[in-house]
Design a protein around this ligand. Sequence first.
Ligand code: AMP
Length: 362
Amino acid sequence: MAADGGGALPPGATIGILGGGQLGRMTALAAARLGYRCHVFCDEADAPAAQVAAATVAAYDDAAALAEFARSVDVVTFEFENMPAAALRAVAAHRPVRPSIRALEIAQDRVAEKRFFAAQGIASAPWRPVPDYPALAPALRALGGACVLKTVRMGYDGKGQARIEPGSDLAAAWARVGRVPSILEGFVEFEREISVIAARGLDGSVACYDPVENRHRDGILDVTRAPAAISDALADGAREIALRAVQALDIVGLICVEMFVARDGALLANEMAPRPHNSGHWTIDACATSQFEQLVRAICGLPLGDTARFADAEMTNLIGDEVDSWPRLVAEPGARLHLYGKSETRPGRKMGHVTRLKPIRG
Ligand code: AMP
């Protein structure tokens, strides 16, 4: 059932999830709570999401497996930023794919993403495309000062990045990003990093979570604090940016926009992701509707849920062998431990997270 634009998918329907990571796992858990079934398509057996739902394990370019998967579900979403767009198109021939393939394609390409922000009147750090090595020196001269070189595609958790300044060894920086098409951004001396998750329903209604503050370690999100310690005016501005993005992209689902708060108070968009986001995991424990339930509501055509925060929250990622502290965390009163079921611990791998709540004084 449910061609795009149709009515709500009732509980009992099946949601297809492309990608088998923790975002898919937590989406499937939220879907189950509302009575939906989930079917995961991923390329690895025993993936975190495949442990809690039916699963097809096949390559993302296996057209026959993708078509069979699509025909066995009612609606499809994706949880993995670098999902090949071709896989999504193959699936979209059979079932609606939400939030939006176009939004994912823009988010997969840092140049397209920056152009999108500019077209929406959303400020970002100054940037220049660096499609090849000869373009790097002129781009650095044009921007002046310290910069960050990032690969256009396949970058995540700070991978594929090099900081450079006038006088730096450009050949070494180019080698560090893998000698692939890149973008040069002015280095932002930010006061803090924040992010906002906005949702849009099938009926076009929108909702937004409180802006949160993110601390990174070695390029990977370490701690998220909800709410961000920023003025109401800045919080409103950040919400407005996320809402503008979710509407301009015709999303049915979620988008997370990461932003810098510059020293002068300006908000500069850094990147966006049309999927649940690590900086929204706190919503599972501190909001009436988590980001995962919100995604399920949106893609199934249900009304969006209440995004209000009933507690302040601090979410800490458990990265690599930090997960070994689970016996202490599971015994800690009030700590809410989430483990992703990954059997192999690797440095830099997100193994779980813990959320601690602080009641809001009324
Ligand atoms: P990204 O992959 O773009 O999210 O970058 C990872 C992290 O690198 C960000 O969360 C920032 O901490 C830092 N970073 C990225 N771009 C810039 C920039 N233009 N100026 C300063 N720091 C940056």
